[in-house]
Design a protein around this ligand. Structure first.
Ligand SMILES: [Zn+2]
Length: 239
């Protein structure tokens, strides 16, 4: 069962929740969100990356200018361009399906039919409510239905979905669903443990809390599989 406020089960049934009873401040500070799919407009990729960077640069310049910053200062003058480039090419590059990692699958020649666990996958993402970092570790597991995947590819999948404005619950479910789809297996588990700078550096200013979310499907819905997975990720931490 997910520890998040909105469970993955609810989201899978009803992919779009309306938050009409909440103010924008409540939605942000309570990190409520509307569905598993990242809300995108149909025309999201009509502009090229270069066009997007140029527009974002102008808008970010306006934000800095409005704050009263002197954009002729040598330290600041390149910031709008740097931010635009970072948004489009790095930290939000996972919005564009063209940047989805190309994943080759292999036959499960060794007939390994136990769970495969890849733990402590570091990721950096950004909260979609505040556009400040949320970061931590993801732990993923699957049981093969005949195909296997290179281990580094699990890492790449996590980081592809992390490079979007996110909420942690959605990130968790998007990773889980993608691994199910790619490997054509029902048996997938994902646990994400993350810190949110919007919680630690502003708002409630809690610097010690972290948020854990989970996605369990197939055999991982059963206690024995789930417990085995949790034992692997809780034991023998290497760092
Ligand atoms: Zn936030």
């Amino acid at each position: 069962m997910s520890t998040s406020a909105i469970s993955s089960e609810v989201l899978l049934e009803d992919n779009k929740i309306h938050l009409t009873n909440y103010s924008d401040d409540e939605i942000g500070d309570d990190h409520l969100f509307t569905g598993v799919e990242t809300p995108m407009r149909p025309d999201a990729f009509l502009k090229t990356d270069e066009e997007k960077m140029s527009i974002i640069e102008q808008h970010f310049k306006a934000i800095m200018d409005t704050l009263g910053l002197d954009l002729t200062d040598d330290s600041l003058k390149g910031t709008p361009h740097r931010v635009a480039k970072m948004y489009v090419q790095e930290i939000f590059s996972g919005l564009n399906p063209a940047n989805k990692p190309k994943i080759a699958l292999f036959e499960n020649k060794y007939q390994y039919n136990q769970m495969l666990v890849e733990k402590d996958i570091s990721f950096y993402s950004n909260c979609e409510h505040h556009f400040v970092p949320l970061f931590g570790r993801a732990h993923v597991a699957y049981i093969s239905s005949g195909k296997i995947i290179g281990l580094s590819k699990l890492n790449r999948i996590v980081n592809y979905f992390a490079r979007r404005p996110q909420v942690q619950e959605r990130l968790t479910v998007q990773i889980g669903q993608e691994i199910m789809r790619l490997l054509n297996t029902e048996h997938v588990a994902v646990v994400v443990d993350a810190k949110h700078l919007c919680v630690s550096s502003r708002g409630i200013k809690d610097i010690t809390s972290s948020t854990v979310t989970s996605f369990y499907n197939g055999n991982f819905s059963q206690d024995n599989f789930r417990n085995e997975f949790l034992q692997y990720i809780n034991n023998s931490r290497t760092s």
